[in-house]
Ligand binder design. Structure first.
Ligand code: DGY
Length: 329
């Protein structure tokens, strides 16, 4: 019997590919180091038993059908799986998996904290200033920022990544914590003396607000005009979750009117575009108090290795008739 085919939509950390090859599968990787085009995706998946996809690939019913009836698993190389039509996969008995791990939680929490500190202490502005030879002498008024110590961090989504952020904030930086989540989180409440509050209250009392929810119909534009209106003028908003959780037009208005103090964004509503089609000529990149990074919160060697191996192990489990290690949904 010919080896089962695994199709990988983009080259990534080698360990997972090697694990799949060692398990005896024929592994085909998209030849270009670029987001696979829709046309190539629909053509190249034909005949695969497992599809290893990225968050940039829209995996809908057409792709699942194009693969053929032997497709058993779509292993997404990401924690989020909003790019996959779960209902269509379920209808076709195709397992969908994701790649959560301690390594990813810590990496994303670290990047979130990097954005938080960089915003509070105006690091990118100060870096540009220093590199442009403007530093001619110390000044007591240069780049005044704000302490983290004693400030309130509002975490929206008290899951694994939110938890890794909470630990840093409370134990590392002496911040106070409030959170919103559908469920009460005992670790947050007992270890971090955090209070579970409504979204509105969180917006009202937080000095820093960080998003850690998946993108779902219920979380799309979770942060919009009303939420910005309740925030402190000194508040900073950080998003390392998914872009559309923030209504970007409302964010731009809040920045323009100085409704909030700044934002740190690793994800964007119209990603990979940094700005959606904004009609009033407002662009995120024009604000000095906005820090932008290109969806790299989990971009560490450790996290990528873990994601690579986990995606491969999910495929190996499902193709050998075992339950998936990380079923999504
Ligand atoms: C994820 O895992 O969902 C991140 O957004 C990319 O690693």
């Amino acid at each position: 019997m010919p080896a089962q085919k695994v199709y990988v939509t983009r080259k990534f950390a080698d360990s997972g590919i090697q694990a799949l090859k060692s398990a005896g599968y024929t592994v085909k990787v998209y030849a270009n180091d670029a987001v696979i085009s829709r046309k190539d995706l629909l053509t190249n998946v034909a005949g695969c038993s497992a599809l290893l996809s990225l968050l940039t690939d829209k995996i809908d019913e057409a792709v699942l059908k194009a693969a053929g009836p032997q497709l058993k698993i779509v292993a997404n190389y990401a924690v989020g799986f909003d790019n996959i039509d779960l209902a269509a996969a379920k209808k076709m008995n195709i397992v969908v998996t994701n790649t959560p791990s301690d390594a990813v939680n810590e990496a994303v929490a670290e990047h979130t904290f990097a954005l938080l500190i960089a915003l509070a202490r105006r690091i990118p502005e100060a870096d540009i200033f220093s590199k442009s030879k403007k530093y001619t002498g110390w000044s007591p008024t240069h780049f005044i920022g704000t302490d983290l110590y004693g400030k309130t961090l509002g975490i929206i989504g008290a899951g694994r990544i939110g938890g890794a952020l909470a630990r840093r904030a409370v134990h590392g930086f002496g911040m106070k914590l409030v959170y919103t989540d559908a469920r009460k989180n005992d670790i947050f409440e007992k270890e971090y003396t955090a209070e579970q509050v409504s979204l509105q209250k969180l917006c009202e009392i937080s000095d820093f607000i960080s998003l850690h929810v998946p993108l779902l119909p219920s979380t799309r534009h979770l942060i919009s005009t009303a939420e910005f209106a309740s925030m402190k003028k000194t508040a900073f908003l950080i998003n390392t979750a998914r872009g559309p959780v923030i209504d970007e037009k409302a964010l731009l208005r809040a920045l323009k009117t100085k409704r909030i103090a700044g934002a740190g964004l690793d994800v964007f509503e119209c990603e990979p575009a940094i700005d959606c089609d904004i009609t009033d000529n407002l662009e995120l990149k024009t604000f000095p108090n906005v820090i932008l990074t290109p969806h790299i919160a989990s971009a560490t060697i450790e996290a990528r290795e873990a994601m690579s191996m986990m995606a491969a192990q999910n495929i190996i489990a499902v193709l050998s008739g075992k339950p998936a290690l990380n079923p999504a949904g």
